[in-house]
Design a protein around this ligand. Structure first.
Ligand SMILES: [Zn+2]
Ligand SMILES: [Zn+2]
Length: 312
């Protein structure tokens, strides 16, 4: 099949708009949407801007770094820094770190690694062997978010960029709707205009790009990413949201974009009329928290108590 816009061979059919695209036109189509998101989510007119990019080594985060660097690297006032959170998951994380480090080296971008072990005293593997009563994500998620914010604060970043594609994003929106969790709904990234003291605003440049297109962009640009899944990953709820959205998308192409459009059109209205709790500071670590003690510190306290009990 030929490209809708030129004589070259098409590499991808865009179901939701009925076009077929060659390599060059696909890349243009991809980057045009990312540029628009960057414009909408950031204020790049300031004197000096640092964007801190969280990279796991997976496709979404590596493509985020690659495309941000391609679009923004000629701006003198802007610096891009990358980091990887090492949760300490043997057999899984090392390969992601290696691929993340390799891409940073080839792009000439600083890459730091921040680890659970050094910051919290335990690897995730150790935490799971101490407490297997909860799913790993309930320990890992808050700890990872806390370190992402910490390293971005340390680097004086203006924005923290995350690799989240359209599929993931539409799922998160739907999950919050189905749970009736308005407070979390209005706090979803991108954080334009709701910056809070001590929290670096998160941006998500790929939020309008379907997962499949992220894969194709990575392949067309020779981005070598880690394809493996976290061995602890169990999110039945997200899997259901994924199945439902995929089913709707199959019947009505454009459903995922429509979900995001609905979110964009409702979030600000909700934000203005919904009273959210003021952020406090954690009494133990000082990081922004909804309660007197943050999720991470109360989790670590519980883990330490379990270790003590075992040793007695
Ligand atoms: Zn073309
Ligand atoms: Zn704390």
């Amino acid at each position: 099949m030929k490209c809708t816009f030129c004589n070259e061979k098409a590499v991808y059919n865009v179901k939701y708009n009925g076009t077929a695209l060659c390599r060059e036109h696909f890349i243009n189509f991809f980057e045009k949407r990312v540029k628009r998101e960057i414009r909408n989510q950031t204020d790049l007119k300031r004197d000096k801007i640092t964007i801190s990019v969280a990279i796991s080594g997976g496709k979404d985060s590596l493509v985020t770094l690659y495309v941000l660097n391609k679009i923004l690297s000629d701006r003198r006032n802007l610096k891009i820094k990358a980091f990887t959170v090492d949760e300490g998951i043997s057999g899984y994380r090392p390969s992601g770190i290696e691929k993340a480090a390799r891409l940073c080296k080839s792009l000439g971008i600083d890459h730091e690694i921040i680890s659970f072990k050094r910051e919290f005293g335990y690897t995730l593997d150790e935490i799971m062997s101490i407490d297997n009563t909860r799913i790993s994500c309930s320990h890992c998620g808050p700890m990872r978010r806390s370190l992402m914010n910490k390293i971005s604060m340390y680097n004086k970043a203006d924005y923290l960029a995350l690799g989240i594609n359209l599929d993931d994003y539409a799922q998160s929106i739907l999950m919050n709707v189905v749970r009736g969790d308005i407070s979390r709904y209005i706090r979803l990234a991108p954080h334009t205009g709701i910056e809070r003291d001590g929290l670096i605003p998160r941006i998500i440049p790929l939020r309008k790009i379907p997962e499949k297109e992220v894969v194709i962009y990575a392949i067309l640009n020779n981005i070598d990413y880690d394809n493996s899944w976290c061995p602890y990953y169990r999110d039945a709820y997200r899997n259901e949201a994924r199945m439902i959205i995929n089913m709707l998308e199959e019947k009505t192409p454009g459903t995922r974009q429509a979900i995001v459009k609905f979110f964009d059109g409702t979030r600000d209205i909700l934000k203005n009329s919904y009273e959210s709790k003021d952020m406090k500071r954690c009494m133990i670590c000082g990081s922004p928290s909804q309660n007197d003690v943050c999720e991470v510190c109360s989790d670590l306290k519980e883990i330490n108590e379990r270790v003590l009990k075992k040793s007695i």
